[in-house]
Design a protein around this ligand. Structure first.
Ligand SMILES: [Zn+2]
Ligand SMILES: [Zn+2]
Ligand SMILES: [Zn+2]
Ligand SMILES: [Zn+2]
Length: 266
């Protein structure tokens, strides 16, 4: 029964919305409104689809004559009844909002889904308006936002902007700190690199100094050796000269005459 209660609120068209008297055969046996999305039982009783589906959740018989009824037995309305139903003139559901349209039930959905009187809310300022007025409202709304936006919304917008700004500021500070850290690290690395290079250069310099010292030592030794050998040569030349002189002075014996050849070989 609870399910039926729920369905009666949602389904069926209120008879007050029709100008002419509606044939009783076109009324739902459950909600007593004009059939919406109509179906028919084998016993010929007609219901709104939602009304009878809800009823059959708790019962398995026709609510009018109690004949056994299963959901699978429900059929479309007879064609002549369907035509009568479709041709009923019904008032638009936005009558209270100013729509004066009366349309065949068949085209009701088509009209209502585009009805200019349908209440709508401005997505920008939340002001109540209608489908037909929306375009004009949006012009005013975007041209004079401050005049249209309620004070509470302005406060909320400001609050949002403030927190966005604060978030952006914090984000900026974080990024700045990160960049500074990265820069410090890079500088540190460069400093370390430079120190290392300097150290390396000093080592090379030291190495060259040692090499130079060794070379000059060698050169000194060579010069010394050269000097020594020159002195030696001079000394030997001296000795040779003296020997030759001695030979000239000496008498010409065989053994002595052969001596100069040996000496010049030096
Ligand atoms: Zn109904
Ligand atoms: Zn029945
Ligand atoms: Zn309408
Ligand atoms: Zn607006």
């Amino acid at each position: 029964a609870a399910a039926v209660q729920v369905a009666t609120r949602a389904m069926g068209f209120d008879v007050d919305r029709f100008e002419e008297e509606v044939n009783e055969g076109l009324l739902c046996a459950i909600c007593h409104d004009v059939l919406e999305d109509a179906v028919q039982a084998p016993c010929e009783h007609a219901f709104c689809s939602a009304c009878i589906q809800a009823w059959l959740l708790e019962d398995n018989s026709c609510p009018v004559d109690r004949q056994i009824l299963l959901a699978s037995e429900l059929r479309q309305l007879h064609r002549y009844m369907r035509n009568d139903l479709n041709n009923l003139q019904i008032r638009c559901q936005y009558w209270q909002h100013g729509c004066r349209e009366k349309v065949p039930l068949e085209t009701l959905h088509q009209h209502e889904s585009a009805c200019p009187s349908e209440p709508m809310r401005c997505p920008a300022c939340r002001a109540d308006t209608s489908r037909g007025e929306m375009a004009r409202h949006l012009q005013i709304c975007t041209l004079r936002t401050s005049a249209v936006v309620p004070a509470a919304d302005v406060a909320r917008l400001l609050e949002d902007m403030r927190s966005e700004l604060e978030a952006a500021r914090q984000d900026f500070m974080t990024k700045l700190a990160e960049q500074k850290l990265e820069m410090d690290l890079r500088l540190d690395a460069q400093r370390r690199h430079l120190v290392q290079r300097e150290h390396c250069l000093q080592e090379q310099l030291e190495e060259m100094r040692r090499l130079y010292a060794r070379l000059s030592e060698d050169i000194k030794k060579l010069i010394q050796q050269e000097k020594t050998s020159r002195t030696e040569l001079q000394r030997m030349a001296q000795e040779k000269a003296e020997l030759l002189q001695l030979l000239h002075q000496a008498s010409g014996s065989q053994a002595v005459q052969k001596l100069p050849e040996k000496v010049t070989d030096l």
